[in-house]
Design a protein around this ligand. Structure first.
Ligand SMILES: Nc1nc2c(ncn2[C@@H]2O[C@H](COP(=O)(O)OP(=O)(O)OP(=O)(O)O)[C@@H](O)[C@H]2O)c(=O)[nH]1
Ligand SMILES: [Mg+2]
Length: 510
């Protein structure tokens, strides 16, 4: 076995005596189900890099309070998730002793300060121990317990560091307990190749056409806890380094090329607030719920089934048909939907971006920067005491027509906002043409006249905007000036329309 490292086990057996017959089958099965090779380099006596990386990631996910140490409660939760059985009392202590004997830095005193992250590779310690030539089944501590704190003689509470966690798995493997490490890896969604499985990242989740996806109560709870855990300076916002830490167990910030954090509310320094964080996830879930599902897996959602963090709403079509939906509080037709999508259309320079930016409380800019690629922002809006999320999208003049042409995409829109510049004579005809070109009448609609701080211009159009709207039985345009912060409660108005879609659809009267 010393020469041929690929040999997992050597068992002396005899069919005649008989000797070790069941052992032969046991070890043969084990070699297939819990192979050593992907985990451990038997020549160098170290964990293989992919295994080490996976275990480091698992450690981070289990370290709920993010102090760099797994304390008794965290280890017990880990134990519950992986082995579904309690730790024997004293075992926690036994584990720490074992880790201490194995190498330095594996156990640390639990305090409020984060433990320094391990710099040294476990290779520096692993070579001290050699792999047992035949696996033992006597190793008792598959970490399990009704967890007692481990306390040093000086009365200090201790726990396992990331390095200690790696030591522990090295010990398991060296003692032939590969199944323990494999169980842990599989419970955390890893496949044989030590990558997260496709089913874990992208579980089956059916969304009937026209329905939308929102976060469930459990989903919001998880994301709130995550936020609180990573808000190390307790200032109620996640700054860049806190966000980087949070996304360390994932491929990175999923919104980095979408203009985040300008897409949601943040504090003056640009750190995302809890409100902004939950709003951003509400938007992601509405627009691309598969990203949310993958990130729930990456970020350590506690259920093995991540779809419990989501819920599917009823189709918008049903809300748009039938009787008008009377009350916002009503538990009738619209009850349950909390996240709404609003498209913002209008001529170039009419003030769409300014409106979107003001919605997420970003400062007004005098300079005109035309929108070249789509932009989506989200914020919460309080409607009669309940909180709704409103997602507002602008596409840029190049893509606007394409979006409006796609009836499949338009089925997912709750409100179309037609924006025109009230100081520009040609602005209104642009949206009137748009409406003529595409059949968008079934979608609830609101007109907004921007730049009300400037002189009102007569629109070069057969009828003036007020008359145009009245003819469609729609509300007359809402006049706003972002420059002077006069938003006329337009965002709440949009939400109310989204919640009462029947009453603002032009098709009924056009
Ligand atoms: N006076 C005044 N100017 C405004 C107001 N809102 C926007 N603007 C200015 O109008 C110009 C265009 O605004 P944007 O919000 O970029 O217009 P847009 O509709 O997004 O333009 P595109 O992205 O090119 O389609 C900018 O220079 C803004 O500063 C307002 O309320 N009052
Ligand atoms: Mg723009």
């Amino acid at each position: 076995m010393a020469e041929f490292k690929e040999v997992e086990t050597c068992v002396e057996s005899s069919a005649k005596l008989p000797l070790n017959i069941s052992e032969v089958f046991y070890f043969a099965q084990k070699a297939v189900l819990h192979p050593t090779a992907p985990l451990y380099d038997s020549r160098e006596h170290v964990l293989k890099p992919a295994c080490e990386a996976a275990l480091r990631r698992i450690f981070k996910l289990c370290d709920v309070d993010k102090n760099g140490i797994l304390d008794a409660a965290e280890l017990n939760e880990f134990q519950r998730k992986c082995f579904d059985s309690p730790l024997q009392s004293q075992e926690l202590e036994g584990i720490q002793d074992m880790v201490r004997q194995f190498g330095e830095g594996g156990v640390a005193v639990v305090n409020s300060e984060p433990a320094p992250s391990p710099k040294s590779s476990p290779s520096s310690y692993s070579s001290r121990s050699s792999r047992a030539s035949s696996p033992s089944r006597s190793f008792p501590s598959d970490l399990s317990s009704n967890s007692s704190q481990t306390v040093t003689p000086t009365g200090k509470v201790t726990g396992l560091t990331e390095l200690g966690f790696l030591y522990l798995h090295t010990i398991f493997i060296q003692r032939g307990r590969m199944e323990t490490t494999w169980t842990v890896l599989r419970k955390f969604g890893y496949a044989e190749d030590l990558r997260l499985t496709e089913e874990f990242l992208n579980p089956k989740f059916d969304v009937p056409h026209g329905c939308s996806v929102e976060l469930s109560q459990k989903g919001y709870e998880f994301l709130t806890n995550l936020f609180v855990g990573f808000d190390k300076d307790k200032d109620g916002a996640l700054n860049l380094s806190e966000l980087t830490n949070l996304f360390e167990t994932s491929p990175g910030n999923p919104w980095s090329n979408q203009g985040f954090p300008d897409t949601t509310t943040s504090d003056e320094s640009g750190a995302v607030t809890l409100q902004g964080w939950l709003a951003q996830w509400s938007m992601t879930t509405l627009l691309e719920h598969k990203t949310t599902l993958a990130y729930l897996a990456y970020l350590g959602y506690p259920d093995s089934d991540t779809t419990t963090a989501l819920r599917v709403t009823r189709p918008r079509r049903l809300d748009r048909r039938g009787k008008p939906v009377a009350s916002v509080k009503g538990k009738g037709k619209v009850a349950g939907r909390n996240v709404f999508l609003c498209w913002v259309c209008g001529a170039a320079g009419s003030g769409k971006t300014a409106l979107l930016r003001s919605f997420v409380r970003k400062g007004y800019r005098d300079a005109y920067i035309p929108t070249t690629k789509g932009m989506s922002v989200v914020n919460s809006v309080e409607i009669d005491g309940s909180e709704k999320y409103l997602v507002m999208q602008e596409f840029g003049s190049k893509y606007e027509a394409e979006m409006l042409r796609s009836s499949k995409k338009a089925d997912l829109v709750d409100v179309i906002l037609y924006v025109y510049d009230s100081s520009d004579t040609n602005s209104f005809s642009y949206i009137s043409n748009l409406r003529q070109q595409y059949s968008l009448d079934g979608i609830p609609t609101l007109f907004v006249a921007t730049k009300s701080d400037l002189d009102l211009a007569q629109q070069r159009h057969e009828v003036q905007p007020d008359v145009y709207c009245r003819r469609l039985s729609l509300q007359v345009p809402v006049a706003v000036s972002i420059k002077t912060s006069q938003t006329a409660d337009v965002f709440a108005t949009i939400c109310r329309i989204a919640m009462n879609p029947y009453v603002s659809s032009a098709s009924l009267s056009a």
